[in-house]
Design a binder for this molecule. Sequence first.
Ligand code: TRP
Length: 502
Amino acid sequence: MSTDVRQKFSSPWVFILAAVGSAAGLGNVWRFPYLAYENGGASFFIAYLVCLAIVGFPFLLLENGMGQTTSKAAPGAMGEVSKKYNLRFIGWMGVLVSMFILSYYIVIASWVTNYAINSPAMPWQADSSQYFYQSFLGLTDSITQKGAFNLLTFVFVVFLYMALFFVMRQGTQGISGVARFITPIPFVLLMLLAINSLFLSGSAAGLKFFFLPDWSKLFTLKIWAAAAGQVFFTLSLGAGMMFAYGSLLNKKVNLKRAVLIIIAGDTLCSLIGGTAIFGVLGHMAVSQGVPVTEVVKGGIGLAFIAYPKALSLLPFIPSIFSLAFFLALLTLAFTSMVSLVEAAVAPIIQSKPSLTRTKVLLVYFAITLCFGLLFMRGNGLYMLDIVDHFTSGYMMMFVGMLEAIIIGWFYPISQLRTNLENNSQTKISQIFDWLIKLVIPPILALLLFSQIHTDLAHRYGDYPMEYLVFYGLGVMAFVFIMSIVLTRSLPNGKLAPPPASA
Ligand code: TRP
C-alpha cells in the first residue's frame, strides 16, 4: 500500500489549494456565466453573493469543520453525530452522489481533452454547433435512439482515469502535488484570456451584458434558486467531498480564515472566466453587428459552441487562445475530479483499513466507467442531462438539507463551533449556529419544493417518462438503498490514531 490516506496535508495552504481546486471547475466557467446571462447579469451576481454569505460560507465551514474535528470522511463524521442512531448513511448518500457526478463529469472532461487536442486545427471554425452536436458527439434526434458509441470519448476517459490513478495512488501526497502544481494553472490561463478579452474592440458590450443588473429579476424565486444551486455545485457541497478534505487538515488550523480564502478563490475564478468569455462574445457580437443575446447559446453550448467559435474568429493566432481555454478547462476539471475520487476512496479505506488504495481505486474506477458508458453514445448528452439534473439538482441539496438539520440540532452545531474555536483559538460568531439550524434548512427545502413543483408541472427536458423514472428517480433510489447497504456492510473501521501532520 502506498501512502496512508490519513496522512494530513503538510500546510494549510495545500489544503486551501486542494479545496479551491475542487471548487473551481467546469461549474465556474460554463455554468456560472450561463446562469448569470439567463438571470439578469449582475443581479444574479448579487443573489449569488448573498447566497454565498448565508448558505455557502456556513455550509463549507460545517462540512470542512466536521471533517477537521473528527479526522473522518463524510460517513465516519456523520456517525459521530449521534450515539443512539447510526447516521453514517447520510454521509454515504453524499459519497454516492459524488460517484454519479464523477461518472459524467469525466465524460465532459474527455470532450474538453478532445477540443484541446484539436485546437491547432479548430475543425469547429466553420459551424461550431454542427461540429459539436453532429460531427463530434453524433447526437441523435431523441433520447430513445441510442446512436453510435463514441470510441474517441471512451479512449480519452480511460486516459483520464489513468492519470487520476497515477496521482491518487499516492494518497495525500498525490492530492497535494496536484493542488500545488495544477490548481494555479487555470487561474493564470484564464487571466491571460480575460486580459486579452478586455482589449478587444466591442468587449464592453459583452461585459455590460454580464455585469449589468436587471433589478426586476431580483424579486423572483427563480434567480434565488439558481444562485443557491450554483453555490452548492461550485463549492462541491452536499456530496461528502468537503468532509474528506477537511479530515486531512491539521486540527489547529484556523478553518474560518481558510474557508473565506477558498470562497474568494472560487468566486474569483468565476469572475475571470466570465470576463474572458463575455469580453470575446461582445467583440464577436459587435463585429458581426448582432446583439450579444444572439451570439450566446446557454449551458454546455457556451463552452463548446459559442466561445470556441468566437475564439476562432480572433484576428491574432486564434488557435493559441483556443488551446489556452481548453487547457484551463481541463486543469479545472482535473482538480475537481481528484476531489470527487477522494470523496469516495477516503471513507472506504477508513471503514475497511485492510483494503489497499490501489484496489479501491481500481474497483471504483471500473464502476464509474461502466456507468459512464451511458454518456458515450449518440444519446449520451440527453442521458447526462437527466443524471445531472437529478444528482446536482436534487440530491446535493437534499443531502445538504439533511446534514444541516441533523448536525444543526443533534450534534449539536454549538459543539462543532466550540470544538473549532478551541482547536484553533479563534472566535466564530453564534450567527453560524442560527444559519445552520434555522435559515439553511428552510431555504433548501423551499428550493427543493420549487424544483419538484416545476418538474411536476412540466416533464423535465420533455424526455419520455420511462427515462426520467429509470435514470432520474432510479439513480436517487439507488443512492438511498446503497447508502443503507454500505452503512450495514462497512461498519465503523477501527482506526489507528492518525499520525501527526506530515
Ligand atoms: N465544484 C466543481 C465545479 O464547479 C464540481 C465538483 C467537484 C463537485 N467536486 C464536487 C460538485 C463534488 C459536487 C460535489 O465544477
